[in-house]
Structures are given as C-alpha cells and as structure tokens.
Design a protein around this ligand. Structure first.
Ligand SMILES: Cc1ncc(C[n+]2csc(CCOP(=O)(O)OP(=O)(O)O)c2C)c(N)n1
Ligand SMILES: [Mg+2]
Length: 327
C-alpha cells in the first residue's frame, strides 16, 4: 500500500482507513507472536496509527521516512511489505532485512523507509542529512522523521532543527507525543509544556495537532509537505497521541498512569473516529468498511503464515551484510 493523496477524496479516506486497520491487526498479531516467545522487545504502536498514516498519505514512494524503536506503523504507512516485516520480526531469512534487523531495525530502501532505529533520537540527524542530500541533488524529495516526546529533549533534535532551518531543508520533524517516555510523564520531563513551542526559536513553523484524528494530521501534513517540496524549509509537527499498551509489552502501564486516562484516549480511537466520519459523509457504507476490515485481517493472517513457515537464515549469513566480520 503506497499512495500519494494530496486531496481528501474518497480514495484517500479509504486508503487511510485501510492503512490504520492493517497496522492495528498487524500489531495485534505481532503481540501474539511476542507472547508466544518468538520475538523480544516489541514496542506496539496501537493507538498511534493516525500519525504516520496522515503524514505518509502525502508522500511519494521516493520520499523518505525514518523512524524509531516503535516503527511498525511508520513502515506499513510507507508501503513496506507486511509479510516481509512479520518475517523480519521473527528473525527469518525472508524478512525485510533477512532477519538481521528485527522489530527495531526494519529498513526498505526501495520503499523509502530508510530505517527504524532502537537508539532514541538517533535518526533525527540522519534524516536531516538525507534532506540535505535531496537538496544538494536538486531533487524535490521530502523526508519525514518520526520521534517520541522523550526523544524531543535530546540534543540531536535541537542541532538538527537549527541546521534544517538555516539551510531550508525539506524535512518534517514529527513528534509523536504519546505522553510517556517509558514510565516518565511528558509533564515531568519536557520543559515549557510543549514540543512544538521549540519551533519559533529555530525560525520554523511549529504545529500541534490531534494525533487521534487522521483528518487533522492529514491537513497539517499537507502544508508541511508542500512547504518542504517548494524549498521553503522544515516544519515541526507535534501530534498528540497515546499508546494503548505498555511501553514494550511486559510492563504494566497502570503502574504509572490511570485507568481513567486510558479510557479517555480509547474513547477517541483514531480508527473508530475515521469510520464514523466516512459513514457519515455518505459515499461508503458500514458493509464496505467491514469488507476492508476482513481484507486487512486476512492479509495479516497470510503475513503471519508466511513468516512462521519461512526458514531461519543459514549460519553463513552471520558474516554477510555487516561492516566487520570477526573470523
Ligand atoms: C539513547 C537511548 N537512551 C535510552 C534508551 C532506552 N529507551 C528506549 S525507548 C525509551 C523511551 C522513549 O520515549 P519516547 O521518545 O517518548 O518514545 P515512545 O517509546 O513513547 O514511543 C528509552 C528511554 C534508548 N533506546 N536509547
Ligand atoms: Mg513517548
């Protein structure tokens, strides 16, 4: 699933709906695989589907995305093959990266997904360099880098925003503010009560958007991508969102947040919201959306079967695709 949708028409709405449903079913399946002991360190993006979906709806296949330790939703929204992703999670030879990257290091250059990354904040300067490359090459390619509220306090963001601004680089800095960095609340860790309010200091637009509304994210991204493609420089987007599960699965989020807070966000679920909007706008019926739901589920089931049936890499693969191989 890859799409460039600059207009909010029915095709765009259905692409966004399907993308978010696929992400959610994929993450539910990935959690089952993790619970069965087939992978470790699985950071679920359930609840945050709308953010990369609304952004990537404006990106071409030759535009670039860079992600984080929690990046399955970024990969799917950018069009990475879901079966290969599931195989990657299980460490299989058929995986996106031959099973050597795992859940936190999926990359697919052909799809413009330059990589998830387990080191918090590390991809922000990489994305800035990618955007510099596009500018030097005279291309109009746009780069979007996703990061969390925790990463927003890393020096790497601030250095990158400064350079991106003075060089007018075609980059979107997209903060998924899901209110927590592991168990640390945003209010405790981030001075000034906002990520987006850092933008004026670097002379770029800073926008806060409801990350549970894919329509709102879509609208904000439209202008940020237009601006980047036109050579007018970067934008900082703070999407306010929520991860429904624990940080990595084994932690109990109710140790650091309340049931009332979880209920508040789940009542504003991004998929349910878009579904209601689509049905209310008249062109598409509940039955049409049910058909998309069934298609998404069977695609994820097929991905899980492909991954589970695939072989592990041969032993001699250990020393390929690496910079240094010890004898
Ligand atoms: C440089 C670095 N420091 C610490 C960690 C451990 N760590 C992994 S995820 C995480 C929290 C990140 O929070 P945030 O940026 O808000 O992203 P979220 O997990 O909420 O998506 C931390 C501290 C790490 N992986 N890399
Ligand atoms: Mg966070």
């Amino acid at each position: 699933m890859v799409a460039t949708h600059t207009d909010l028409n029915t095709d765009t709405l259905l692409w966004m709906y399907e993308t978010m449903v696929v992400i959610r079913r994929f993450e539910e399946q990935a959690r089952r695989e993790a619970d069965a002991g087939k992978l470790r360190g699985m950071h679920s993006s359930i609840g945050q589907e709308a953010v990369p979906t609304g952004i990537c709806a404006h990106l071409r296949v030759d535009d670039y995305v860079l992600g984080t330790h929690r990046s399955h939703h970024h990969c799917i929204a950018k069009g990475v093959d879901m079966s290969e992703m599931m195989a990657e999670l299980l460490g299989k030879a058929t995986g996106t990266n031959k099973g050597k990257g795992g859940t936190m290091h999926i990359a697919d250059i052909d799809k413009g997904m330059l990589g998830a990354n387990g080191v918090v904040g590390s991809n922000i300067p990489v994305a800035t360099g990618v955007a510099l490359s596009a500018k030097i090459r005279g291309s109009d390619q746009v780069t979007a880098v996703f990061f969390g509220d925790g990463a927003s306090s890393q020096g790497s963001l601030h250095e990158s925003m400064n350079l991106a601004s003075i060089w007018k680089l075609p980059v979107l800095f997209v903060c998924e503010n899901n209110r927590y960095a592991e168990a640390t609340p945003f209010e405790y860790a981030v001075a000034g009560g906002s990520v987006s309010n850092r933008a004026p200091g670097y002379d770029m637009p800073g926008v806060v958007v409801d990350g549970q509304s894919v329509l709102d994210v879509f609208e904000v991204a439209r202008e940020a991508v237009r601006r980047a493609r036109a050579g007018e420089g970067p934008t900082l987007i703070e999407a306010q969102t929520y991860r429904y599960q624990g940080h990595f699965g084994a932690d109990d989020p109710l140790g650091y947040r309340t049931q009332e807070e979880e209920d508040y966000y789940e009542a504003r679920d991004c998929i349910a919201n878009l579904r209601a909007h689509i049905v209310g706008s008249g062109d598409t019926s509940e039955a049409d959306l049910d058909a998309i739901d069934r298609k998404a589920l069977s695609a994820v089931e097929a991905a899980a079967k492909f991954a589970n049936d695939s072989p592990f890499p041969e032993d001699d693969e250990l020393t390929t695709d690496v910079y240094v191989a010890y004898p």
